[in-house]
Design a protein around this ligand. Structure first.
Ligand SMILES: Cc1ncc(COP(=O)(O)O)c(C=O)c1O
Length: 425
């Protein structure tokens, strides 16, 4: 007998039917799958580029002639330093775009978070509440500041910090007389947290809130911009972000805070000819050249959001069986990454492996911090939602430079993967 009984799932209705399939035995064997999450970082793999089909990346930089000219303009002024007219102009433009009082541009988003924590008064040994479902840099910044992260689960309606769990946790800590020194929610994949509640809770306990808006430049909610919530907020211009300076970040907030961050980021140098220091400083300012690049990128931000939104809309239209990221408190998302929860019968890492074989980069949703070996002894409040996001979430190619043909390639490969995998259940 060359056939077998197989289960087939209707991808739209989710209905499972069993039927005899004479072809099944003759299908080429799929390559053995190992859990992608346990493999080496996919970024470190060589690109599988073929002559006619270059690899499609998750979120590569989108740069062109405007960026080249901006870099040369910055170069020609002679300011090849971590200060200069492009730095000042980029800071002013970011503050204006987000509605923040002031901005300090820095070497990375991680530095922005770390220096923001120090500037609001976090000291070694203090506790900082952090969203577990995030990229590790959020929690690393807390550790770099000498503080101890306590992780909180997300809520299903935002995928970001759960206000109810935060409130309960702060009540318990208040009863013990040891309140945390800061709370750090994240705007995961560009979607805003429930700041209406989170800000109110933090205010009632008089704890500063730092918004990790690394992924959310251009998003809007409650008539405010991503990066405009809390006591201060951090942005990232890492190579995979919606705008990039190849590497860089910014702290947004009141002038006294950004002034203090600029001072700390400039080796805590005091205004004396002989280099006077009364505090430990950091070398974390953005160079004038990169600020020039950032300004050109910022000028193209609206077009990048538009393209990423078109890409997300195609995924959403073509794959109704995927539970797409909710936008409960986000009036406009920058759609930094198109992320969704796959149906329970298929593993994100299997789909990533299929797409990888087709020359397409995809990733499982970020592994939550409470499940990371490096934080295994950290406190965790809840965890079911973050675990679910990780076990079912997939991040799909979303770059604003992706062509229509490339998007079609991704859609076809994803469709093929889900069809093939449905035959295996
Ligand atoms: C949520 C989040 N926080 C912080 C960072 C750190 O930013 P950077 O890579 O610029 O240090 C990133 C991105 O890398 C991020 O995605």
């Amino acid at each position: 007998m060359s056939g077998t009984w197989v289960k087939r799932i209707n991808l739209r209705t989710g209905q499972i039917k069993t039927r005899y399939d004479g072809q099944f035995d003759q299908q080429p064997k799929r390559r053995q799958f190992r859990d992608v999450c346990e493999q080496d970082d996919m970024r470190s793999r060589p690109f599988s580029v073929t002559a006619d089909q270059p690899r499609i990346l998750l979120s590569p930089p989108d740069v062109g002639e405007a960026e080249r000219e901006a870099l040369l303009r910055a170069f020609d002024t002679g300011w090849i330093a971590p200060l200069g007219p492009e730095v000042n102009a980029f800071e002013a433009e970011l503050a204006e775009y987000t509605g923040a009082e002031s901005c300090a541009v820095l070497a990375s988003g991680t530095s922005a978070l770390q220096l923001g924590l120090l500037a609001i008064g976090v000291k070694p040994g203090d506790e900082v509440v952090v969203q577990s479902a995030t990229f590790a840099a959020t929690a690393f910044a807390v550790v770099h500041a000498g503080a101890i992260p306590a992780f909180i689960d997300s809520d299903k309606s935002t995928w970001n910090m759960d206000p109810d769990l935060l409130e309960q946790f702060l009540e318990e800590r208040a009863a013990q007389g040891r309140l945390p020194k800061a709370v750090m929610p994240v705007d995961l994949y560009g979607m805003l947290a429930n700041f209406e509640r989170l800000e109110a809770i933090c205010q009632s306990f008089e704890i500063p809130l730092i918004e990790d808006a690394a992924e959310a430049l251009g998003s809007e909610g409650q008539q405010r911009a991503g990066g405009a919530f809390g006591s201060c907020a951090a942005l990232s211009f890492n190579g995979n972000k919606i705008i990039t300076t190849s590497g860089g970040g910014a702290l947004l907030g009141p002038s006294e805070l950004t002034e203090r961050v600029r001072y700390l980021a400039t080796q805590a140098r005091e205004p004396a000819l002989h280099y006077q220091h009364t505090e430990i400083g950091y070398n974390a300012r953005m160079s004038n050249l990169l600020a020039g690049l950032g300004r050109a990128q910022l000028a193209g931000l609206e077009a990048k959001i538009e393209r990423r939104t078109q890409i997300f809309n195609r995924y959403q239209r073509d794959f109704p069986q995927i539970e797409w990221i909710p936008s409960t408190h986000t009036e406009r998302s920058n759609r930094w990454l198109s992320v969704g929860l796959l149906p329970e019968w298929v593993k994100p890492a299997d789909v990533c492996a299929d797409l990888d074989a087709a020359g397409i980069e995809a990733r499982p949703a970020w592994k939550p911090m409470h499940a990371q070996p490096v934080f295994e002894s950290a406190e965790m409040i809840g965890g079911e939602v973050a675990d679910q996001l990780f076990s079912r979430g997939i991040c799909l190619p979303s770059g604003s430079a992706m062509s229509s043909d490339e998007l079609d390639r991704v859609l076809q490969a994803l469709n093929q993967s889900l069809n093939d995998r449905s035959l295996q259940i």
